[in-house]
Design a protein around this ligand. Structure first.
Ligand code: ATP
Length: 277
């Protein structure tokens, strides 16, 4: 019998077919600030453009310290653009981004990285000619670290990703897709992030590898307390390890709630395998 849990990983939600109930929208608005918790990131009313094309429209949501927040939505909804605005790679034409109450809107990417916001880009982008360990060390140069701190970080990453330890001397080009994704996350961790921005870590990977990577992300969050903003199309898998979820549709946040509430939402469930997930 098919493993429904694994099948669901590859199913994409067609958000345009989901009728969004007004109460969910109002919950999304309330959750923008996730008021009762200290926010690592507060995104308020962000607009962003590529030339004349508006990619984000008054995007607002909060990422509580120590949590995993999923940003979900279809292709082209604006998920990657949101991450790029946070990390300073795309200009915010309007709105505000706060990092632990400090206004960081439109600071340079270098300054934002140094503050501890590190993006792991979509498509992994490891250095193919360099070894696993050299790739990891590159991640540590975004902030000042002593050699002792660097080797402590390496040990920590090898604990989370034993496969990388086995392959530390291997060039990255010869790693599997899953191992490259682990390397990309590990490289991000070498910069000691306070907030890790993960752009579609499941992209192009087999369900079993996706499961492994999501388990590691969950463990990382639990063991190190690193705040994680996770962009994903695999909504079920992402929500299962998240505390909160926000849905972007054509540049707007339309749904926001605790992950468990979204997972049990009938409208969202209906988009999966005729009701199951
Ligand atoms: P995907 O899951 O496909 O990565 P996404 O939700 O991350 O999608 P974005 O990549 O943020 O979406 O794209 C949002 C909108 O901005 C889309 O309409 C896209 O075509 C447009 N866009 C993204 N990058 C550029 C660019 N460099 N130049 C012009 N338009 C762009």
């Amino acid at each position: 019998m098919a493993d429904l849990n694994n099948v669901a990983i590859d199913e994409k939600i067609d958000w345009s077919k989901i009728e969004v109930k007004p109460e969910l929208i109002s919950r999304a608005k309330k959750l923008e600030g996730v008021n009762e918790q200290k926010l690592a990131l507060k995104i308020s009313n962000i607009d962003a453009f590529y030339g004349k094309i508006q990619a984000l429209r008054r995007v607002s949501f909060g990422v509580p310290e120590g949590s995993i927040v999923s940003l979900l939505g279809a292709n082209g909804a604006g998920k990657t653009t949101t991450l790029r605005v946070i990390s300073g790679l795309v200009h915010a034409a309007a709105g505000k981004i706060e990092f632990f109450d400090e206004d960081i809107t439109n600071l340079s990417p270098e300054k934002i990285t140094r503050k501890g916001i590190i993006q792991v880009p979509e498509g992994r982008q490891v250095f193919p000619e360099l070894t696993v360990e050299e790739n990891l060390k590159i991640g540590s140069y975004s902030i000042k670290q002593s050699n002792a701190e660097r080797s402590k970080s390496l040990d920590m990453i090898y604990t989370f990703f034993p496969k990388l330890k086995q392959r530390r001397a291997q060039v990255a080009a010869t790693l599997s897709g899953g191992e490259q994704q682990m390397l990309a996350i590990g490289r991000g961790l070498m910069g000691k992030p306070r907030v890790l921005l993960l752009d579609e870590p499941s992209l192009g990977l087999a369900p079993i590898i996706v499961k492994e990577i999501f388990e590691i992300i969950k463990m990382l969050n639990r063991e190190t307390g690193t705040t994680i903003l996770l962009v994903e199309q695999n909504a079920t898998k992402a929500l299962k390890i998240s505390h909160f979820g926000f849905v972007l549709e054509t540049g707007r946040v339309t749904i926001g709630d605790k992950a468990e509430v979204l997972l049990n939402n009938e409208d969202i469930k209906k988009a999966y395998l005729g009701g199951g997930h």
